[in-house]
Design a protein around this ligand. Structure first.
Ligand SMILES: CC(=O)CC(=O)SCCNC(=O)CCNC(=O)[C@H](O)C(C)(C)COP(=O)(O)OP(=O)(O)OC[C@H]1O[C@@H](n2cnc3c(N)ncnc32)[C@H](O)[C@@H]1OP(=O)(O)O
Ligand SMILES: NC(=O)C1=CN([C@@H]2O[C@H](COP(=O)(O)OP(=O)(O)OC[C@H]3O[C@@H](n4cnc5c(N)ncnc54)[C@H](OP(=O)(O)O)[C@@H]3O)[C@@H](O)[C@H]2O)C=CC1
Length: 291
């Protein structure tokens, strides 16, 4: 099946980046979000990021204008029913994703492919509660989407080969690289990355280092582009905690227990960059470590 139109549910940082790369690659994009505020901001943010690519000579101003012209928004989830491909990129909570699929399913055409950008949740379980487990897949983009080359493709137990092949072609059209992961908690990237971030929070919790020394150590000592705490703030501490909980519950191994300090930051509503406070405080001119 040829995909020309894409419906994106969730206009947060991931939905925004996904809309950006699909529109630039020539797909028609329709976005929705329960937050009208997020929806209102999203096209402006895509424009800013496209503009950044124009100023760095990556794309032309014509490309920017054409991409923007392909993005539309709607407050009504059910309007996405006419799209060829759905990418759910709402908050990392199974009940949220479930409710979205329940509402959307009666409005989809039978051939529509349904995907989730989930970072960790079982694709087989999400798929099993839909009317099309064979046309359901994990479609996991990395943040920031316009920059990161990888897309993880996760087949549930029932996903058919035609769906997988269609998504491989879509990834190719986006100019990105696909990696296939089996459907186990947090797949490949987050199975490895998130325990490292959680360990960095334990290192902070136990006083082995402070925010600055931990981040500097990994940046200068292991050549990571961002320190683990800076990266956690970038991803969102709520998302990091949700992924650790899926690993902990799904693999039933205490080595994945989320650090109590990570839980405390999330309970405080200090979710990182998106709330302007996390391991760093972003409310001033420069980020200031909170510990
Ligand atoms: C949680 C999950 O489920 C999975 C995940 O996503 S895990 C998170 C994965 N992501 C990472 O690990 C990111 C780690 N960090 C990095 O790679 C880098 O710090 C970074 C690319 C984010 C920024 O790099 P930087 O050198 O500090 O910043 P900056 O110079 O501003 O940007 C680098 C390039 O990215 C571009 N860029 C950054 N953000 C962008 C955006 N949102 N849109 C478009 N372009 C962007 C810049 O234009 C710049 O392009 P050029 O190289 O062509 O000049
Ligand atoms: N952050 C990251 O680095 C990565 C995240 N992901 C995954 O992508 C998904 C989105 O993450 P991210 O963009 O960071 O999260 P954000 O918190 O930035 O955005 C999520 C958006 O979804 C909205 N939302 C919540 N419930 C609904 C709903 N029922 N219908 C429509 N929209 C809804 C939220 O609105 P409101 O704020 O009002 O609740 C918010 O605008 C998650 O599954 C996450 O695990 C995947 C790769 C990387």
């Amino acid at each position: 099946m040829a995909i020309t139109s894409v419906g994106i549910v969730g206009a947060g940082q991931m939905g925004n980046g996904i809309a950006h790369v699909f529109a630039l690659a020539g797909f028609d994009v329709l976005m929705t979000d329960i937050s009208q505020d997020a929806l209102a901001k999203t096209v402006r943010l895509v424009d800013q990021n496209l503009d950044r690519q124009v100023s760095r000579g990556k794309i032309t101003d014509e490309d920017r204008k054409a991409a923007l012209g392909r993005i539309r928004t709607t407050p009504k989830l059910t309007d996405l029913g006419r799209c060829d491909l759905i990418i759910e990129a709402a908050t990392e909570r199974e009940s949220v994703k479930q409710a979205i699929f329940d509402e959307l399913l009666p409005h989809l055409r039978p051939e529509t492919i349904l995907t989730s950008n989930t970072s960790s949740i079982s694709i087989t379980r999400l798929a099993s509660r839909t009317d099309r487990p064979e046309k359901f897949m994990g479609f996991h983009f990395m943040n920031p989407v316009p920059v990161m080359q990888l897309v993880e493709l996760i087949r549930g137990i029932a996903t058919d080969d035609a769906t997988y092949q269609t998504l491989l072609k879509v990834v190719d059209k986006l100019g990105k690289t696909a990696a296939s992961a089996e459907d186990f908690p947090a797949f490949i990237v987050n199975r490895i990355l998130m325990p490292m971030i959680n360990e960095a929070v334990y290192t902070l919790y136990e006083g082995v280092g402070n925010v600055t020394s931990i981040d500097e150590s990994l940046k200068l000592g292991a050549n990571h582009p961002m320190g683990p705490l800076e990266l956690a703030d970038f991803i969102g501490l709520d998302t990091c905690l949700a992924i650790m909980n899926v690993l902990h519950e799904g693999l039933a191994d205490t080595k994945y227990r989320p650090c109590p300090l990570l839980t405390k930051y999330v309970e405080a509503g200090w979710l990182g960059r998106k709330t302007r406070r996390g391991f760093y405080d972003y409310r001033g001119a420069k980020p200031v470590p909170t510990r």
